[in-house]
Design a binder for this molecule. Sequence first.
Ligand SMILES: NC(=O)c1ccc[n+]([C@@H]2O[C@H](COP(=O)([O-])OP(=O)(O)OC[C@H]3O[C@@H](n4cnc5c(N)ncnc54)[C@H](O)[C@@H]3O)[C@@H](O)[C@H]2O)c1
Length: 364
Amino acid sequence: MPVLLGTGTAFDQAATGAIRALAADCVCVVADAAVARLYPDDVIRFAALGSSPGIVFVAPEGERCKSLPVLGEVTDACLTGGATKRSLVLVFGGGATMNVGGLAAALIYRGLRLCYVPTTLMAQNDVVPSMKTAINFCGRKNNFGTFHAASLNVVDTRYLHTLPADELRAGMGELVKNALVLGGDHFTMAERMFDAHARAALDDALLAEIVEAGIRAKLPALAIDAQEARAGMIFEYGHTVGHALELCYPAGVLPHGLAVCWRMRCCSYVAARLGVLHGSERVRHDALIQRLLPEALPAPLPTVTDVMFRVMRDGKRGRALESADECSCVLLSAVGEPRQTETMLSKFPATLIADWLRAQGLPA
Ligand SMILES: NC(=O)c1ccc[n+]([C@@H]2O[C@H](COP(=O)([O-])OP(=O)(O)OC[C@H]3O[C@@H](n4cnc5c(N)ncnc54)[C@H](O)[C@@H]3O)[C@@H](O)[C@H]2O)c1
């Protein structure tokens, strides 16, 4: 997985050289609208890195771009703009833009080369190492997509300085997930991140360390499970209810990484009720999440019925052979110790999740 990670003038030159070295006839830039407004010179610079003039498609901001109509518009812009099999799709934005741009790249001519320039903490540490691409379809999250590897990832930490506070926290949420699932150095890194954040001292050097740790966290699992269906499933920790909660709010109100943190709290509750996760480990688990999520879920709260409807339609459903009143997710028996099953998912009565939602104050 080719990754250039850094920042500054020399880094820009190296990144420009690496993109040029892909020798594309045309660079099709797919940029998040907010990112295109903040960094117009970079959009122009990237689009000029092919041998003929590039194409620029500005996608709706964030999660709103992960739809079938936008996927069609990206594809149309590339094809009517003259993309050939030698062209490069360069996605400039967060995980949402990468997911729709990556899917377009996978589909056009059955696969165009892809370069990611991720601009959120979440995207830099969690989407870069993954081959997953997807949009949201029929009211479900990430259920329409495929796998496509990027030829190059240009990871520049300077973009993180313009992130809205909640989006930075969302990226931290995925690193909390790594800390809880993997423990050890990843736990220590998350604590350092929170300490620096509290002192307003998250500088480029530390951000680069954090991003590198996030990327490296996934590599051993992805080396044996590139499609994240077994060993790689541990990185879905917190995602089942996280996705459901995220979809119950208007786009952007509960960012993905924060939704995952809420869900990890739910997982520790379920694991404790099942007698899988014990006293001090649960306290340690929840205390790390608490550093990111001191407040309640955003109001107005969705209903338990609405969240449960989506939980029971989660895209992973079926893998663990759940019965109609069960659901499944990754559970931990201790920090850094995912419960081992064939699919890495554990099934349990869905009522446990409903109990937890009620305990958070969600109305019936
Ligand atoms: N393996 C994978 O493919 C994978 C892994 C994790 C998450 N995801 C997906 O990624 C998405 C979340 O991605 P995300 O957290 O990067 O958020 P995002 O792409 O939704 O962007 C969040 C917001 O930040 C803005 N933004 C982006 N970069 C900015 C910058 N540098 N400065 C200012 N504003 C900026 C966007 O306009 C948007 O409003 C979800 O859809 C999730 O499903 C995919």
